[in-house]
Each structure stands twice: as C-alpha cells, then as structure tokens.
Design a binder for this molecule. Structure first.
Ligand code: ADP
Length: 224
C-alpha cells in the first residue's frame, strides 16, 4: 500500500524540526554560562515546545500507520518507571491542577515498543485528567506478578455508564452526554490505546462508575 498523505507530511515535517532542534541545542550550549538569564530561559522553553511538537508528529505518524494497517513494533527492554515519569512531567505542563500519584512503579522494567507505550500512557493519563475535576487525584500504579507488569490508571472523575463501556474503544466513539459536551476530543485516543496494546498481545480493561471515577488496566511482559 502506498504511504498516505498524512504519513508523507509527518515525515517531511520531521526534517526541519530536527534542524531547528540542532540549532537550539547549539544556542543553549552558548548561553549555558548565563543560566537563569532571559535568553537561557526562553531557549529552554522553545526546546521543550520543539520536543513536544516532535512527539506530536511522531504520534500522528504512528496513528496514520495504525489506521492504514502498516504499524510496526520496535520492542526493547526499558525502565517503565522512567517513562511514566516523563509522561507525567508533560501532563503536569499541559494539564496542570491535578495530583499525579505514582505507586509501586520504581522497579518496573518491560519489553515493549517504548514510543508506542508512551502514547498509551499519555492517552490514558490525559483522559484521566480531561474527565475529572481540577484538584483531583490521578493514580498510576504498577504491580509485578507472574512475569507481567500490571498497570492501572485511576481517576475520580465523571465515570462512564455501564451501557457505554463496550463501545468506548471503537474508532471515533465519544460518550454523548452533557458532562462531556464542552470537553474537546475526537474519540480516537482509546481506539489507539486498544490497537497498540493488541499489537503487543495485550488488552485494555476498564472499571468505572458514573460520578465516582474510572480505572483503566493493562499488562506488559516483565523484563527485570
Ligand atoms: P476523546 O477523549 O478524544 O473523546 P477517547 O477515545 O480517548 O476520545 O475516549 C472516548 C470517550 O471515552 C470519551 O469521549 C469519553 O466520553 C470517554 N472517556 C475516556 N476516558 C475517560 C475517563 N477517564 N473518564 C470518563 N470518560 C472517559
């Protein structure tokens, strides 16, 4: 199958970004002695935004490959705790005002595609925040058992009615009620989560109660 326009566009966008990133890095090295100056601070902000854009483009490319059925996995052993911390760091910047709590993940290593699992975590953690009141807790928990790392993401948000839960992972599906009318989204995030996990021979589960909160679970092979 020939590559789609989105896939070509995302590839093309990566080249100038790489060059921008190189120059920012060179400038950051130059202003290093002036740590705390406006120039240093501004460059670091630009650097973070460029990193963010690189991830967004990479995710766009991944989603396109996923939708046209040409997704490839690049599995490796990696420190899951470190990845969760990176995703939570970003979430704190883009979705501030929540208490992100990490439980028992410090020794978790898994064998999986790091970039794609970062997207799974990002989608689930972003949803946990999007569909919860500000100031509430979002808990990310790990449990190593029987050669698997079991992960869960729990929020105390609006929850999902039983009759909606089955269709939640369908492409473009969004719950249709007043509570989410003003929350933006395309109904693709959970579909992507389910597909990525499926390609890892894993599955996403959910426990949720309306007006109480939701927990999403999945597991990955332990690689300690
Ligand atoms: P989006 O958030 O872009 O609408 P998703 O595929 O990520 O798309 O989610 C599908 C639907 O599932 C959402 O529209 C929302 O109704 C519901 N949902 C997902 N995560 C949660 C959550 N943590 N709490 C409550 N509802 C959720």
């Amino acid at each position: 199958m020939p590559p789609s326009i989105t896939s070509i566009a995302s590839h093309e966008l990566k080249t100038p970004l790489t060059s921008i990133k190189m120059f920012i890095q060179a400038m950051l090295d130059k202003v290093k002695p002036d740590e705390g100056s406006f120039e240093h601070d501004a460059l670091q902000r630009v650097n973070r935004q460029v990193n963010k854009m690189t991830t967004l483009i990479q995710n766009l490319l991944n989603n396109t490959k996923l939708l046209d059925g040409t997704m490839e996995l690049h599995c490796e052993r990696f420190n899951l705790h470190q990845l969760i911390e990176e995703v939570v760091f970003e979430a704190k910047l883009t979705l501030p005002g929540y208490f992100y709590i990490l439980k028992d993940c410090s020794t978790a290593y898994v064998y999986a595609d790091r970039l794609k699992i970062s997207q799974v975590l990002d989608n689930l953690i972003s949803n946990a925040a999007k569909y919860s009141p500000k100031g509430s807790e979002i808990t990310i928990k790990c449990k190593v058992e029987q050669e698997k790392v079991h992960l869960s993401i729990t929020d105390n948000g609006i929850g999902i009615a039983k009759n909606e839960q089955e269709r939640l992972f369908d492409r473009y599906y969004r719950v249709n009620n007043d509570k989410i009318r003003n929350i933006s989204g395309f109904g693709i995030g959970l579909y992507v989560v389910a597909e990525i996990l499926h390609s890892h021979n894993s599955k996403i589960y959910l426990e949720s109660e309306e007006n109480v909160g939701s927990t999403f679970f999945f597991e990955l092979p332990d690689a300690l």
